[in-house]
Ligand binder design. Structure first.
Ligand SMILES: Nc1nc2c(c(=O)[nH]1)N[C@H]1C(S)=C(S)[C@@H](COP(=O)(O)OP(=O)(O)OC[C@H]3O[C@@H](n4cnc5c(=O)[nH]c(N)nc54)[C@H](O)[C@@H]3O)O[C@H]1N2
Ligand SMILES: Nc1nc2c(c(=O)[nH]1)N[C@H]1C(S)=C(S)[C@@H](COP(=O)(O)OP(=O)(O)OC[C@H]3O[C@@H](n4cnc5c(=O)[nH]c(N)nc54)[C@H](O)[C@@H]3O)O[C@H]1N2
Ligand SMILES: [Mo]
Length: 771
């Protein structure tokens, strides 16, 4: 028998989300980051009027200066950014790049903050110090030496501020390309695409106050206990008011089951908790579109019954005045067989009916969702389906109701608003051209997957990363690494050491930058930046800590200097902008609708609201109405070439986040709410599948994924954990499983890697078996 030491890393969690477990963990991270006093002070400034925006997630806040709001995972993000450990020239002299490459992501994160610019030396295989000026000259010379501007890729991760993002896109467009791959391409792209094509705006339509009025909140494919902990507080209030919270999640997530508020003394001292849902359904992976379709099928029946009583369930006036295509959609739903819906959703007709009844009884409904919805092949159709559900009872554009994609990175939404978009609108480009008197490229640029393909082919030669960890966050790790290594130059503008620094182009630079917590001192004095949350609120953020080294520069300063070295003072005086961010905001106000008087408005308490046309029931679609898109339910959630290879051995895998990570940043090896301790290479699997496949708990397996090509995609040494997950489905952590996500397996319309639906085969390690 293989080792059965599962007890060493798996203990089902008995507590609630939040509570003492969260408080204990927060304290531990304060102490470990070697900066406890400094960090306690820092925490108290998180999300405060004169503090910084929490870099953790994009959940918004009600403005209330009397409250200090932070969560365990926000505390981790802040603590590890504010560490006093340094990754400096001495560190790079000690460790070669090949040695560092062998280390885990956890090890890399733990080494500390990057403190000086470094250049890769292929001869010694070490990073050596380089002056800022030489670094900018290398970038400028390489960019100017390309045959075409489209040979350069400008990646953005979602922590970049509005000011940094605006400068960055202006630089790249003035240079001549729309190649803006960004983390959003791997994240909420399907939400943006799905919402824009149906309601004419790619953002959520609710504000935080709407949760106080909703009669029901449906939460699809989201794990707020770990990824948006401040949302638990909101859900708790919804439940306390007696409204309904209905969760659809492939796993029974503790953070959606019960919550003890760490800042509520009564709950804490009595070990009490609030239940966080009124119903919880566990659909199969990729089963949400089918589940919603089933709900609409039930609603059609309820509507017919209501009509016989001379009443109506649907909001017919709204449908007639504000929507287009609803009749065709309803006919498609009626024609979808129940058997197909039940098979694909994995839910019973009774469960779907119960969920539909909650929807029917509620006058005001909010639907929230995250990666469980957006990282499948049919994610855009699923977003359309959710929108259609809302439209049926006029649940968009009334108080207490609407669509709420809960964003990931704290400013990913703002970066898009600022023009980080490989498919920019004509209107945006026209504004840029007029304001700066330049010609910008009109043809679309590369998104993330296209960037990897272009670098692999050799048609893209320069990669610049404004934050993030491209090598680890992207799919098909082996191919992505090959793609980066083929580049002439890779540039990483980063706060902390990560894998992308170790997967170098022929030349490679690390440019250390400030994070949210750092005081950003420029010629005109300390600077603030701005960010936009999931509710389209824009507010200011100012650092509170002295940067760890005088060599660390701000993102706007780095971008301005790269631009000036490449383009001279065209089309703007870049260094003057970096000297005073008010000037950048004045340009934003000139170019982007909603930002007039930007500098004045950021002084408003709580920031200002950008507005949302769909919320006003103005539909910026070709039909000037909300469009009820009509898709047939896919025959299979996987594409044909994979579906045809499936057999009884195949499982569908989702890749997700543990409680102790921030995307590719690994803070610790525990996943407290799922009962995992000290281990990341685990596969959550249904006990019946274990038995059926002749496997057992604790056994080590390799995971191989299926795709329609000859590439062998496999990872080794994963331990099996029996878990409450639908049969046929498994789950494992990202980024360890990214080598399994095929580069060409992308969402229809969104082109997002399908990291939540991968066909896999598990094979027991032969070496582990004792004869
Ligand atoms: N602490 C912390 N906070 C974060 C992050 C982090 O890594 N750490 N990341 C940030 C970012 S960039 C993002 S995008 C968000 C991510 O926030 P989430 O979307 O919550 O992140 P995931 O861990 O990918 O979780 C997906 C959830 O969907 C469920 N799921 C998977 N597939 C399906 C499905 O097909 N149907 C249904 N109904 N459920 C499914 C999983 O069980 C899991 O609970 O969080 C942001 N906040
Ligand atoms: N298999 C699988 N793959 C996925 C996902 C999944 O669920 N499954 N999720 C996808 C999603 S939703 C996302 S958003 C992407 C995330 O992709 P990325 O945004 O590229 O990755 P992160 O891990 O968030 O980036 C972390 C790095 O950013 C740098 N950093 C942190 N703060 C700052 C800052 O303020 N400024 C700068 N310049 N740098 C900073 C640090 O060096 C840190 O190492 O991954 C995607 N990949
Ligand atoms: Mo994300």
């Amino acid at each position: 028998m293989a080792s059965s030491t599962i007890e060493t890393y798996y203990h089902p969690y008995q507590g609630s989300a939040g509570g003492w477990g969260a408080l204990k963990a927060t304290t531990r991270h304060w102490l470990q980051s070697r900066n406890s006093t400094r960090n306690v002070k820092t925490m108290l400034k998180t999300n405060q009027p004169h503090g910084f925006d929490c870099p953790g997630c994009a959940w918004g806040e009600k403005h209330d200066p009397s409250m200090i709001r932070f969560c365990e995972n926000g505390a981790k993000a802040v603590n590890w950014e504010a560490t006093s450990k340094r990754v400096d020239a001495a560190f790079f002299a000690r460790y070669s790049v090949s040695w560092l490459y062998q280390q885990s992501d956890y090890f890399l994160e733990y080494q500390g903050r990057l403190t000086e610019p470094m250049r890769y030396d292929p001869v010694s295989d070490h990073y050596l110090p380089i002056s800022w000026n030489d670094a900018f000259a290398l970038i400028a010379d390489t960019l100017k030496g390309l045959d075409h501007a489209d040979q350069a890729e400008f990646y953005t991760s979602g922590r970049a501020s509005n000011e940094a993002a605006f400068l960055y896109q202006l630089f790249a467009r003035a240079y001549g390309t729309n190649n803006f791959p960004d983390c959003s391409n791997m994240c909420h792209e399907a939400s943006g695409y799905g919402l824009t094509s149906s309601i004419g705006v790619g953002k959520g339509t609710v504000e935080i106050e709407d949760f106080e009025l909703a009669d029901a909140v449906f939460v699809f494919g989201q794990n707020p206990g770990t990824n948006h902990p401040r949302m638990l507080d909101t859900l708790r209030e919804v439940i306390k008011r007696g409204a309904q919270v209905v969760c659809f999640n492939n796993l029974k997530e503790r953070g959606l089951e019960r919550f003890t508020h760490p800042q509520n003394p009564v709950e804490m001292l009595s070990n009490g908790y609030t239940r966080l849902n009124t119903a919880y359904y566990t659909p199969k992976i990729g089963g949400d579109m089918a589940a919603v379709r089933g709900m609409v099928k039930v609603l059609i029946e309820l509507e017919e019954a209501a009509q016989q009583r001379g009443e109506a369930l649907f909001d017919h006036a709204f449908i007639a005045e504000h929507t287009d295509g609803m009749a065709a959609y309803l006919a498609e739903v009626a024609a979808t067989p129940w058997q197909h819906i039940i098979e694909q959703s994995g839910l019973s007709r009774a469960e779907i009916t119960a969920a539909a009844q909650v929807y029917a009884r509620a006058d005001r409904v909010i639907c929230t969702w995250a990666m469980g919805v957006t990282q499948h092949r049919h994610s855009v159709p699923t977003v359309h389906e959710i929108v259609n559900l809302l439209l049926l009872r006029g649940n968009i554009g009334k108080p207490g109701a609407g669509a709420c994609p809960v964003r990931g990175h704290s400013n990913v939404q703002g970066d898009r608003t600022m023009g980080i978009n490989e498919r920019p609108s004509e209107a945006f480009l026209n504004h840029l051209e007029r304001r700066f008197d330049i010609k910008v490229p009109r043809h679309h640029g590369h998104a993330t997957v296209e960037t990897i393909q272009a670098m692999l082919e050799g048609s893209s030669k320069v990669f610049i990363g404004l934050g993030g960890n491209f090598a680890a966050a992207t799919p098909d790790t082996a191919l992505t690494e090959q793609a980066l290594r083929r580049c002439e130059l890779t540039v990483q503008i980063s706060t902390k050491l990560n894998r992308s620094h170790l997967v170098t182009g022929k030349q490679a630079l690390i440019l250390p930058c400030m994070g949210r917590t750092d005081i950003d001192m420029q010629a005109s004095g300390p600077q603030r930046v701005t960010v936009e949350d999931s509710f389209s609120m824009v507010h200011a953020s100012g650092g509170v800590l002295e940067p760890l080294s005088a060599e660390i520069r701000s993102e706007p300063a780095i971008i301005a200097a790269m631009a000036e070295a490449t383009l001279g003072k065209q089309p703007v005086d870049w260094s003057a902008l970096a000297a005073d961010y008010n000037r950048i905001r004045d340009l934003i106000a000139d170019v982007i609708p909603g930002f007039s008087e930007f500098n004045r408005k950021i002084d408003q308490p709580g920031g200002f609201y950008l507005g949302n046309s769909a919320r006003e029931r103005q539909w910026k679609t070709p039909a000037s109405k909300a469009i009820a898109h009509c898709h047939s339910l896919p025959a299979h959630i996987l594409p044909e070439e994979v579906a045809s290879q499936l057999n009884s051995q195949t499982l569908i895998m989702q890749t997700l986040r543990s409680h102790d990570q921030y995307n590719t940043t690994i803070y610790g090896l525990n996943d407290r709410y799922r009962g995992i301790k000290g281990e990341r290479k685990v596969v959550f699997i249904n006990p019946a599948d274990l038995e059926r496949l002749g496997l057992h708990e604790g056994q080590e397996v390799s995971i191989r994924s299926l795709w329609g090509d000859d590439i062998q995609r496999q990872v080794e040494g994963f331990k099996l954990v029996p878990y409450d997950i639908p049969a046929g489905n498994v789950a494992a952590y990202y980024p360890e499983t990214n080598p399994l996500v095929p580069l060409n397996s992308v969402g229809d319309f969104s082109r997002t890697p399908t990291s939540k639906s991968i066909a896999v085969i598990l094979t027991a390690h032969q070496s582990m078996r004792i004869a």
